[in-house]
Design a protein around this ligand. Structure first.
Ligand SMILES: CC(C)(COP(=O)(O)OP(=O)(O)OC[C@H]1O[C@@H](n2cnc3c(N)ncnc32)[C@H](O)[C@@H]1OP(=O)(O)O)[C@@H](O)C(=O)NCCC(=O)NCCS
Length: 232
């Protein structure tokens, strides 16, 4: 298979939504956050409507990459990065374009058509806070010690393309940018992603394993944090 890494535009929303949510859907803990009437196709459909707005909101700090399968043209990987406020001028090639006021309004209306006061349909927000807040707390503690970091925010490969180096291609491209300007990188990785980061010079910091048994899942919900010093 042959792949190419490219920047992301708002018109990529359907392909990005499919690659990203098909990837996350493999995690049973993540699946459990959704109402039972929201199947994967419904989640992807709604996400494709929300994404153009999300891609342009906060665009000064968000950077995005996709991987395209050159034989089919299909988007098979998506990653998002957050640059620290001190570095908003970096890696502009991976920023989405500034939309016209008309486009912006259209994106906002599409977002609102599938959300309820900004909230994602079918998402269990109580559960999201129960598991998300402790993760935020750990990350804030690490950042307090480390100082400003470039953050790998999302990393996803469509399951049909796993293990072919798709995520590694995107990560290497992003790390070229931080190495050029001497910036540290942080990531909160799933167990599936840990090796990917360690192979690119990330050093393990800590793990949080959360008990999910009251939701019928015996396997704890595990996240690892890793930091990487810039390479010269
Ligand atoms: C974790 C995830 C992003 C990895 O994506 P990926 O595209 O499969 O990653 P890569 O192919 O670059 O690397 C994965 C493995 O393939 C191997 N690999 C890399 N290039 C390869 C190639 N050209 N041919 C065959 N195997 C290759 C790597 O050695 C790696 O091995 P590992 O199992 O020991 O880690 C993907 O599985 C995913 O989306 N998972 C669900 C979402 C998720 O957990 N995201 C958060 C990640 S922190």
């Amino acid at each position: 298979m042959s792949y190419v890494v490219q920047s992301v535009t708002t018109s990529d929303a359907p392909g990005v939504a499919r690659a990203m949510f098909s990837a996350f859907w493999q995690d049973i803990h993540w699946q459990r956050l959704w109402a039972t009437d929201m199947d994967l196709e419904a989640i992807i459909r709604d996400c494709a409507e929300r994404l153009p707005w999300l891609l342009i909101s906060g665009r000064n700090v968000k950077r995005h990459l996709k991987v395209v399968d050159t034989s089919s043209g299909e988007i098979v990987g998506y990653s998002r990065y957050i640059v620290p406020e001190s570095h908003v001028g970096m890696w502009i090639d991976a920023q989405t374009f500034e939309p016209s006021p008309e486009e912006k309004l259209g994106f906002e209306q599409r977002f609102e058509s599938v959300t309820d006061n900004g909230r994602i349909r079918g998402m269990n927000y109580a559960m999201l806070a129960e598991f998300g807040n402790p993760l935020d707390k750990v990350e804030k503690g690490i950042l307090k010690e480390s100082g400003p970091c470039f953050a790998v925010d999302y990393m996803s490969t469509h399951p049909a393309h796993k293990g072919h180096g798709v995520a590694s291609m995107m990560l290497k491209e992003a790390l070229k940018q931080v190495d050029a300007i001497g910036l540290k990188t942080i990531v909160m990785a799933s167990p599936a992603g840990r090796g990917l980061y360690e192979r690119q010079g990330f050093i393990f910091v800590c793990t949080l394993a959360q008990d999910y048994s009251k939701y019928g899942i015996t396997e704890p919900y595990v996240h690892h944090w890793l930091l990487r010093e810039p390479h010269k």
